[in-house]
Design a protein around this ligand. Structure first.
Ligand code: KIV
Length: 280
C-alpha cells in the first residue's frame, strides 16, 4: 500500500489493525458533539441510523430515511477535522447496485468518508459497486438492527449461526469492505472472526477480541433511561441535564433569572432621549 493510500479512509483502518492499535468509534448525530468527539481523538465518527431512535424519536431504525441521514451527516461533517466520518446507508436504501451507488454518493457529498451497510450475502455485491465509485464501505454482521424481528439480541451463540457470521464477514472482506462491525456476537466467535480477517472488526457488544469498539454516544453519556449489558456509561448526563432544566424553570418562576449580571444597559443620556421619543 502506498503512503498516500494508507492515509485514506480505506487505508487507515487496516493499517491500525496491522499495528495492533485499537480503533475507537462512536456514534454522533450533531455538530457540537462532533466537535467534542473530534477533539477527543475518536478515530471514526459514525452517523448511525440509530439517529432514528436516539434523536428523532422513531420507534424503529426502519423509519430512518436518506433525507434524515443526509441532514445529520452534513451537521456532523461541519464539526469533524481529523476523524474518519462514516455514515449509515439506511434501511431499503441499497436494494440494487444502482440505488446503493446513488445513495452512497449523496452521503459522500454530504461529508462522509465511508458508508456502512448491514448484512452479508446479497449485500456483499453492493460493496463492489460502491467501492468502484470510489467510496470505501464498512460492513455490519451479527445483530442487524435494520431487519431485527424483535426476538433475541445476541447472534452467533449457536454453531451454525456463528459459522454464518464468519462466512458473512469473509464475504464482505472479499467484496472489498474496509472494516466490519460485529454487533452482539459472543466474544469467542468475534475473536475467531477477527483473526480470520485482514480488515479490522469493530465490535459492539462483541467482547474484547475485536480490533476496535463502537458505542452509541447517548448510551455512553447516560442520556437514556435504559442501558444494554454491553454498554458502559461514562457519565450520567441525563440526570445532570434534567436538573439544569428544572433549576432554570425555578429561577424564572421565582424571578432569580435573569439577574443583574445578565442584563444589557443603555447609558442614562440615551435613556432620557429614548423616553422623550417614546412619549412623542
Ligand atoms: O446505527 C448505529 O448506531 C450502528 C451501531 C450499532 C454500530 O450501526
Amino acid at each position: 500500500m502506498s503512503e498516500e493510500e494508507s492515509r485514506t479512509a480505506t487505508g487507515v483502518l487496516p493499517e491500525m489493525k496491522r499495528r495492533g492499535e485499537p480503533i475507537a468509534m462512536l456514534t454522533c448525530y450533531d455538530f457540537p458533539t462532533a466537535v467534542l468527539q473530534d477533539a477527543s481523538q475518536v478515530d471514526v465518527i459514525l452517523v448511525g441510523d440509530s439517529v432514528g431512535i436516539n434523536i428523532l424519536g422513531y420507534e424503529s431504525p426502519q423509519q430512518v430515511t436518506m433525507e434524515d441521514m443526509l441532514h445529520h451527516t452534513r451537521a456532523v461533517s461541519r464539526g469533524v477535522r481529523n476523524a474518519i466520518l462514516l455514515a449509515d446507508l439506511p434501511y431499503r436504501s441499497y436494494e440494487t447496485d444502482a440505488q446503493a451507488v446513488v445513495n452512497a454518493r449523496q452521503l459522500a457529498d454530504a461529508g462522509a468518508d465511508m458508508v456502512k451497510l448491514e448484512g452479508a450475502g446479497e449485500v456483499a455485491g453492493r460493496i463492489g459497486a460502491i467501492t468502484a465509485d470510489g467510496i470505501p464501505v464498512v460492513g455490519h454482521v451479527g445483530h442487524l438492527p435494520q431487519t431485527w424481528k424483535g426476538n433475541r439480541h445476541v447472534y452467533g451463540d449457536r454453531a451454525d449461526e456463528a459459522a454464518r457470521v464468519l462466512a458473512g464477514a469473509l464475504a464482505l472482506e472479499a467484496a472489498g469492505a474496509s472494516a466490519v462491525v460485529l454487533e452482539c456476537v459472543p466474544e469467542q466467535v468475534a475473536g475467531v472472526v477477527s483473526r480470520a480477517l485482514r480488515i479490522p472488526t469493530i465490535g459492539i457488544g462483541s467482547g474484547r477480541r475485536c480490533d476496535g469498539q463502537v458505542l452509541v454516544a447517548p448510551d455512553l453519556l447516560g442520556l437514556n433511561d435504559f442501558s444494554f449489558r454491553y454498554s458502559k456509561r461514562y457519565a450520567e448526563l441525563g440526570g445532570t441535564i434534567r436538573n439544569a432544566f428544572a433549576r432554570y424553570v425555578t429561577d424564572v418562576k421565582e424571578k432569580r433569572y435573569p439577574a443583574e449580571e445578565h442584563r444589557y444597559r443603555i447609558r442614562n443620556e440615551e435613556l432620557r432621549k429614548f423616553k422623550a421619543l417614546a412619549e412623542e
